[in-house]
Design a protein around this ligand. Structure first.
Ligand code: ARG
Length: 592
């Protein structure tokens, strides 16, 4: 379905052409003075230079040609040569009726591409902390935006399971249970199926070990040695790694479930290791990799660089691989397994240099062809109210679980208060709890996603959980309000199949105009991989709806056709809001 803006632009292009001007001048944009008009065309301004005429003369001619056009309520030339456009409300109504019928409310279905999205960033054996929140929340939404556009998407958690933390756990466990068969190098039999620890033990083992390694040099060295033996393939250690993964993946899945985040793939850094030797050999053979200060490196600087981009280190002087080696080998693996058209990574933006190096190295050495798009979406820091990175009250790293618990509680309080006010006392405690969870998740996700990803933002529970203002709960409240009107309506009538009519008031027209921009907005959010654009849109839509709601008697409207049109508008508003929040990764309760 064509975008509304395209349809308007076509009419303007024709009008420019008719007056023997270049049709390119007919480009129409959303008005930057919504108080004066809804759309505008600035083509006469550019035309003035081209045709050596006063802009207002050109504007007047174009306006003259559009006078009888049914698409417009008014088209006006104003000094010095802008054209202000107001749409005919019948035309907007027809557009909405077409949207109702169209697949995905008029969003284009493009040729599907295969996209791998690397997000979440969890590390095995370490609990999720708030730093992982943004990657999960933004990544899930970017993935759903891709899916909505029709792409085949594969979300991969890319577990951190290959670093020093594994050696630390192995050594600490050995101190606690030295007799485990995994430490006996002469053992050749099968290892037990059951893990020698529970998740709560594991969660104690890692932090203890991490602390020890900072204070105890010998312990640290032992952990490094265990890490390199694990990486070299020592059997017992590999078996322990498998147990660590099993136990922590089960736990991580539970945590991601609570965030309504799920991955198609649970691969980890360890899965990429087998691809390293051949990859390194190829880089050497083709002359890309060379020795520099003992390390094997590939140059990735380019002539147009304005800042220094250091070489990508492939192997350290002791032959060990690095974070970048693993990421390069993961690209090899992903190309083999899925041959994707694009790979998108979500991490803290402090990793952006790493990705510049990895992407350039992958292209230069031919791991990916020129058509494969590699994108890093780097996000800013989540700060506390003090403007510093979010911490627990005693200054430690806050576990994600605890943070979510805190918000659930806050939300339950608000919802219970709200019910008392509205005397909605028939809601059971169980339903209230479930609703609180749903709304709390919306609060957290919307609080994050409504900011441009690259910006830092302040995590403010008080503000995020408010039912008013630019918040998740406000959006949900609007949806619940519509659901409740529709419920009252359908108690007596069946949903009408009648068309939406031209607007009866300014607030209704405003709502209709915002609805008509849905497909353009969604496609733009897709192009720019920008969930915050969807948030900005649903906030505008919720405001437009509430403006209409406060001024309009819907259920007591006596004109049957007008009422049916209102109901049609409500259904469309609800469907579009629900589509948007689904793409953002949260949902609305039936009442709250
Ligand atoms: N595990 C890493 C971390 O906690 C993030 C991994 C991001 N993905 C990647 N392919 N490098 O920082």
């Amino acid at each position: 379905m064509k975008k509304l803006l395209e349809l308007i632009t076509e009419e303007f292009e024709k009008a420019f052409e008719k007056n023997e001007y270049d049709k390119k001048l007919g480009k129409v944009v959303v008005s930057n003075r919504p108080d004066l008009c809804q759309y505008q065309c600035n083509g006469a301004m550019a035309g003035a230079k081209l045709y050596h005429k006063a802009p207002i003369m050109i504007a007047n001619q174009v306006v003259e040609s559009l006078q009888d056009n049914e698409m417009f309520e008014s088209v006006e030339a104003v000094m010095p040569g802008f054209i202000n456009i107001k749409l005919n409300s019948e035309f907007v109504a027809k557009y909405l009726n077409d949207m109702k019928e169209a697949d995905k409310y008029g969003c284009e279905n493009k040729a599907p591409e295969t996209i791998v999205i690397d997000y979440g960033g969890a590390n095995a054996a370490k609990p999720l902390h708030v730093g992982h929140l943004r990657s999960a929340v933004i990544g899930e939404s970017v993935k759903r935006i891709q899916k909505y556009a029709g792409n085949n998407v594969i979300g991969d958690v890319h577990l951190g399971d290959w670093g020093l933390q594994m050696g630390l756990i192995i050594v600490e466990l050995k101190e606690r249970k030295p007799d485990l068969v995994y430490y006996d190098e002469s053992y050749t039999g099968e290892y037990p199926k059951e893990a020698p620890f529970t998740i709560s033990e594991l969660e104690d083992i890692y932090p203890t070990a991490s602390k020890k390694s900072k204070e105890d040099e010998a312990f640290r060295e032992a952990a490094m040695e265990a890490t390199s033996q694990l990486q070299a393939g020592r059997r017992g250690y590999r078996a322990l790694l498998a147990h660590i993964l099993d136990v922590s993946v089960t736990d991580l899945k539970k945590n991601y479930d609570n965030l309504n985040v799920s991955f198609e793939l649970w691969k980890g850094e360890s899965d990429a290791q087998p691809y390293i030797p051949d990859m390194v050999q190829m880089m050497k053979d083709k002359g890309f990799a060379y020795m520099s200060e003992g390390a094997l490196v590939v140059d990735v600087k380019e002539d147009t660089d304005t800042k220094e981009i250091p070489p990508c280190i492939i192997l350290k002087s002791d032959g060990a691989s690095l974070y970048s080696t693993t990421d390069l080998a993961t690209i090899v693996m992903r190309m083999q397994d899925y041959n994707p058209d694009a790979i998108i990574y979500l991490t803290d933006q402090r990793q952006s240099m790493h990705f510049v190096q990895v992407f350039r190295c992958a292209r230069k050495t031919g791991l990916v062809g020129p058509d494969v798009e590699l994108t890093h979406i780097g996000f800013g820091t989540m700060n506390g109210k003090d403007g510093k990175p979010f911490k627990t009250r005693d200054g430690g790293v806050m576990r994600l679980e605890y943070l979510l618990d805190e918000i659930n509680e806050e939300m339950l309080k608000k919802i219970t208060e709200n019910q008392k006010e509205k005397e909605n006392l028939d809601i059971s405690e169980e339903e209230a709890k479930q609703t609180a969870k749903t709304v709390a998740l919306a609060a957290v996700k919307y609080g994050d996603l409504s900011n441009q990803a690259s910006k830092d933002y302040c995590f403010d529970i008080e503000r995020f959980t408010s039912f008013e203002g630019n918040t998740g709960p406000y959006i949900l409240y609007t949806i619940v309000r519509i659901k409740s009107i529709l419920k009252k309506y359908t108690a007596k009538n069946s949903l009408p199949d009648a068309p939406i009519l031209g607007a009866h008031s300014a607030s209704e027209k405003n709502l209709m105009l915002v609805l008509s921009r849905f497909n353009a907005m969604m496609e733009n959010a897709y192009e720019e991989k920008a969930p915050h654009k969807i948030c900005a849109y649903i906030y505008e839509l919720a405001n437009a709806f509430n403006g209409f709601y406060h001024e309009t008697k819907i259920l007591s409207e006596e004109d049957f056709k007008v009422q049916a049109s209102y109901i049609g508008l409500l259904v469309l508003t609800k469907n579009i809001l629900e589509t948007c929040i689904d793409v953002l990764g949260f949902s609305a309760p039936d009442r709250m």
